[in-house]
Unconditional design. Structure first.
Length: 202
């Protein structure tokens, strides 16, 4: 407990030095989830995933047909009702079908890996663009509202305790940022940004 006392006085000194400075708080996770571009991203990824699944389903269907043909050729290669020549022809056909079957299985595995990679990379790039959108809107909003800092109140610390334990609703800019994002889908122009009351830090 004693080691927390210097930290307490350090934080109090920072607060005293920032008496007239304005800090905004935003629930970044909520802003991300409620941004219309995020919902558009999910829709686009679902469509792409569905298309990839359709392609895979067709390959699986073709592979099942190959399995049936291979099984029949294999059985006919040992069926005594056929002549030795026909049995040999069926054996050769079954071996060719087995090679095609293995190629098809490898193709499906490769398609699965490519599909996962495409979807993950597409999501990563799109999420980065969305976060960039939110960051740029916050920066414009902060400048126009004379905010000296904006703190993300959504994430927990390494110990599982939220970084922000309390803030008054007056300094929560989450709703404003979501409104701007969904109204402009980009960086707001000067004069179009809502303002929040001036609430100095005690």
């Amino acid at each position: 407990m004693k080691h927390l006392i210097p930290l307490f006085f350090f934080i109090m000194s920072l607060c005293a030095a920032s008496a007239q400075q304005q800090i905004g708080f935003i629930n970044l996770s909520k802003a991300f989830d409620e941004y219309s571009r995020t919902k558009q991203l999910e829709s686009e990824l679902n469509i792409k995933a569905s298309a990839l699944k359709t392609n895979k389903d067709q390959l699986v269907k073709d592979m099942e047909a190959l399995k049936v043909a291979y099984k029949k050729a294999r059985e006919d290669s040992t069926n005594p009702i056929f002549s030795e020549k026909v049995q040999d022809e069926n054996l050769a056909q079954s071996e060719a079908l087995l090679a095609q079957l293995r190629d098809q299985e490898a193709k499906i595995r490769g398609m699965d890996e490519d599909a996962r990679r495409q979807l993950m990379e597409g999501r990563r790039r799109a999420e980065k663009r969305i976060v960039d959108d939110i960051r740029e809107v916050i920066q414009v909003y902060a400048r126009q509202n004379q905010l000296t800092a904006v703190v993300d109140s959504s994430g927990p610390s390494a110990t599982g305790v939220p970084f922000v334990l309390f803030n008054t609703p007056e300094v929560d800019i989450t709703a404003d940022i979501i409104t701007i994002l969904n109204r402009t889908q980009g960086i707001p122009q000067s004069g179009n940004v809502p303002t929040i009351p001036s609430v100095p830090i005690p």
